[in-house]
Design a protein around this ligand. Structure first.
Ligand SMILES: [Zn+2]
Ligand SMILES: [Zn+2]
Length: 412
């Protein structure tokens, strides 16, 4: 390993907690240790066998596997003496042909473009650090790789593939292609990359923290947690080039607007059918909850529970949780701040898994287009449901949890 990686990973530094804004020294940790924020108990840094070399290997391997996952046959079906097959990269095209351009665009970006972009950027940054080649654009590239972490969804698409397989295997002969196998391995490696990637160590390797002149008035970068002098606010961060702000601009009005829009769309998203499937050679529409009941009736209660949690519980939890946190800022509440911060962190982490139902449509639409009876595709709830998921992921991103702590501190 490059010497700069090992030394930078263990250097002490002062950071501003991204959840509550408290300044705290990052002391060197031993294996298995976690450093928690003294105020809000959020984990600031972990040491669980993370290694930049391992992260580079996992990210590079994921990137390599995503190529055959996109171009090899993904799913194959047979019926009425004919057959259909799909490719991951052409899934969005089949949805587009079905007359759902926005859903097609969402699937194309989240399943094809963003995973390749994220793992290409990660491989590039970690590869340069491994070879000790420091370039001025590394901070910007790593910032974008981190931003894409939520939006690159090969793991969610794999859950959708499992649901699709179970739902259509009794209706029609279905086989997984090599592309699906490559995606499964890539999905596991993507999760491994996440587990072994120590973001704080990467930031230190890109540019080590420097003590600000006055730590009490210093501002923490929202993207890389670098503490800088307050005079630098509204200028690009010296490490990651994000514009430095004291707190996220217009965080509360934007969070409220996005959450309210998601709440409104949640009604049609659950009231109308999300997709159509051929059952007993008859096109049958089902709602989000109806799909869960069908899975349970077919004996797959574990998969039904997963889909129920991802499609029904998580959106409600997100809407209620974000509303609770945003109201906390408006009322300057001092109560349950640690619990609210934890709820926010969970909401931000799990929100993306609700995309499983729209992705099921992406899996089945290209291989269920035989005739007017054996036919599957999106229903009227598909677009509002996808919009609910995307709006709530955005509103979790626009909400700045430090505002809850600021508001509580400012209460006289
Ligand atoms: Zn904190
Ligand atoms: Zn920064």
């Amino acid at each position: 390993m490059s010497p700069s990686l090992t030394t930078a990973a263990t250097a002490a530094a002062v950071v501003g907690c991204p959840e509550c804004g408290t300044r705290q020294e990052l002391t060197p940790l031993g294996f298995g240790d976690t450093l928690y924020c003294v105020t809000c108990r959020s984990p600031l840094e972990r040491r669980y066998g993370q290694s930049l070399t391992a992260a580079l290997c996992c990210a590079g391997a994921t990137l390599l596997l995503l190529i055959p996952a996109n171009v090899d046959t993904f799913l194959m079906t047979e019926a009425l003496g004919a057959s259909r097959h799909s490719y991951l990269s052409s899934t969005a095209g089949a949805i587009l042909d079905g007359g759902w351009p926005w859903l097609a665009l969402a699937i194309f970006l989240l399943v094809v473009v963003f995973p390749i972009l994220r793992f290409a950027l990660l491989t590039l940054v970690l590869g340069h650090l491994y070879l000790d080649r420091h370039r001025p654009w590394l901070g910007r590239a790593f910032r974008w790789a981190n931003r894409l972490e939520t939006w690159a969804m090969p793991d969610v698409f794999l859950l959708a593939l499992a649901v699709t397989y179970v739902r259509i295997k009794d209706v029609i002969s279905v086989h997984l292609g090599d592309g699906a196998i490559y995606l499964m391995v890539a999905g596991v490696l993507a999760l491994l990359t996440r587990a072994v990637l120590d973001k704080a160590a990467v930031w230190q390797a890109i540019a080590p923290d420097q003590a600000p002149t006055d730590p009490l008035t210093a501002v923490a970068c929202n993207e890389c947690d670098l503490l800088v002098d307050a005079a630098l606010v509204d200028t690009p961060c010296p490490r990651c080039a994000a514009i430095l702000r004291h707190r996220q601009v217009e965080s509360i009005p934007i969070t409220f607007a996005l959450t309210a829009a998601a709440l409104l769309l949640y009604i049609p998203a659950n009231l109308y059918p999300i997709a159509t499937l051929p059952i007993h050679y008859r096109p049958t529409s089902y709602t989000v909850l109806g799909g869960v009941i069908d899975l349970d009736d077919a004996g797959f209660w574990d998969l039904a529970l997963l889909v129920f949690t991802a499609s029904f519980v998580i959106p409600i939890l997100k809407l209620v949780g974000l509303g609770w946190c945003a109201l906390s800022v408006l009322t300057r509440s001092r109560r349950h701040l640690v619990a609210k911060t934890r709820v926010y962190r969970i909401v931000e982490e799990i929100g993306r898994w609700s995309m499983v139902d729209p992705f099921v449509i992406g899996c089945l639409a290209p291989v269920l287009n035989y005739n007017s009876l054996i036919h599957g595709g999106a229903g009227p709830a598909a677009l509002p449901f996808t919009a609910v998921v995307i709006l709530t992921v955005f509103s979790a991103k626009t909400f700045d949890p430090r505002l809850m702590w600021d508001a509580a501190r400012s209460k006289s």
